[in-house]
Design a protein around this ligand. Structure first.
Ligand SMILES: C[S@@+](CC[C@H](N)C(=O)[O-])C[C@H]1O[C@@H](n2cnc3c(N)ncnc32)[C@H](O)[C@@H]1O
Length: 189
């Protein structure tokens, strides 16, 4: 599948068909924040949806920007963070005035059809300077099709070949969709 219908995500929000939403903060996020791996900086949350993590970042002292295509998601984040921190834009094209030190990707990559992944990886490199960090939860569905689209680690290592990978990976985190999320912190080389 090359693209999803333009209104795919907004329709999901309006119909309350949002099985990717957890009831609380993502355990992977909490582990990074509480260990200090994720420490206050200028950070972007692409495909933020209605997730609570951008507000948790703001409350922890981060200079956070939440970006999404869907009106419902942007309005929700604007109500929590302030309008200047909630951006309506397409991850494939958007470019900020200033770079970020970090990006937190929680079910954004897996929301994009694989044909768009190389372009999204280029966006991530445009948003971060050398040494910038990508905190990402690679969705493991083990299934064909999507969204969520499966992000198996061999494919992720190929997609993010220009990034520095950690020597060991933390355990994957179960998700209520019957999938798992593999937390990884990548550094833009
Ligand atoms: C699976 S949801 C995840 C939302 C949120 N990260 C969470 O964990 O609840 C994917 C989100 O990415 C957004 N999205 C999908 N394609 C996008 C694009 N090309 N540019 C910006 N946002 C996009 C959707 O509107 C949706 O809010």
């Amino acid at each position: 599948m090359a693209e999803l219908p333009q209104d795919f995500w907004e329709t999901r929000f309006q119909q309350q068909r949002t099985p990717w939403e957890r009831s609380g903060i993502n355990p992977g996020f909490l582990a990074w924040r509480d260990s200090g791996a994720l420490s206050p900086c200028r950070i972007l949350v692409p495909g933020a949806g209605r997730s609570p993590e951008p507000l948790a970042l703001l409350q922890a002292g981060f200079d956070v920007v939440a970006l999404d295509l869907a009106d419902t998601a942007v309005a929700e984040q604007a109500g929590r963070l302030g309008a200047d921190r909630a951006v309506k834009a397409d991850v494939m094209a958007w470019q900020p005035d200033r770079l970020f030190a970090a990006v937190y990707d929680q079910t954004c990559l897996c929301a994009l059809p694989p044909a768009l992944w190389a372009g999204y990886e280029r966006s991530l490199r445009r948003w971060l300077p050398t040494g910038g960090q990508l905190f990402i939860l690679f969705m493991q569905t083990g299934r064909e099709g999507g969204p969520p689209f499966d992000c198996p680690l061999p494919a992720m290592r190929a997609l993010f070949a220009e990034w520095t990978w950690p020597e060991t990976l933390a355990p994957a985190i179960p998700h209520g969709m019957g999938t798992q999320e593999q937390p990884v912190v990548l550094t833009r080389a």
